[in-house]
Design a protein around this ligand. Sequence first.
Ligand code: FMN
Length: 307
Amino acid sequence: MLENKAKLLLKRLRYLIQRWVVAPLQPKSFRDEYQFFTQIKSMAYDDTAYKEALLRSRSHQVDKVLTFENFVARNGMLPGIKELLQEVLESQDHDDATVNWCRQVLAEYQERATGSRPVETTFDLLYDAESRRMLKSIIENRRSIRSFTQQPILKEDINEILASGLWAPTGCNRQMINYLVLDDKEDMKFCQKMAGETYPFPSEAPICVVILVDPRVYALPGHRHMAYLETGAAVQNMLLTARVLGIGGCWLFWQDAAPKHSEFLSRFKLQPWLLPVALVCFGYPAAVPKFPPYRKALSKCVYYPGK
Ligand SMILES: Cc1cc2nc3c(=O)[nH]c(=O)nc-3n(C[C@H](O)[C@H](O)[C@H](O)COP(=O)(O)O)c2cc1C
């Protein structure tokens, strides 16, 4: 009891030092970021997107243990599972995909908790040597493309690219990626400048996508970088999917991601918590780099402890 109180006190003390001593000493962009996350952390949320993220992350805590042998013995009954079940059963206003998944996970948990189902031990889809060669080829033949024809991209292809980003892993399955899809030249120019790219090529592409993260669930200091990591995983999926469709793309870093960009948010009428983290332009290539930037040898970047 006393130990818990001391821990809580220490945590508060660390927070106060961070807030009033460390943060003000940081360069401006870090201060902006700190302020942004502090603000979103202190707000209360009642919207569906936020509730669904919580629902997914709580179900994830259940889903996560399902492939462990003797998971009940190892983890005990997961705290809050009854409440979660109740919430899922009562949820009317959540999207079907989230609720259906939560229902499946909870049903599996209940069945497994009584020991009635064995753990699955194989992937149901096995890939052959040709698939392996193709995957390697797609990864290695993706290039950053910075010169585009004006051939429009089919809506169906854009959707395929965007959807592939959503299949990237996300922290605790929270799925906080959002997209702002632009095809207006002025909007694209505006975003290219906001992102900090000095060359005009993004606005010369048929479309640009701003990856926005909803980081409300990542407001704790140790979790914040998840927002950036998830964006990276999504963008890589999108670029690979585009490559397979014959579409080129370039990933642009959104400098100083913290939204001091009130102009950006108000131009596109976005909610205040959405954080622009990357800009990706897509189009059919008018030119491709002559010399692919070869990668370092594996032996130069692998460490094995003790060797
Ligand atoms: C996080 C990140 C930020 C990037 N930012 C920019 C950028 O602002 N402008 C740009 O032209 N390329 C940008 N790139 C693309 C890189 O320059 C490119 O991936 C790298 O030179 C390797 O070339 P490749 O993608 O053709 O393999 C970025 C890539 C990453 C992963």
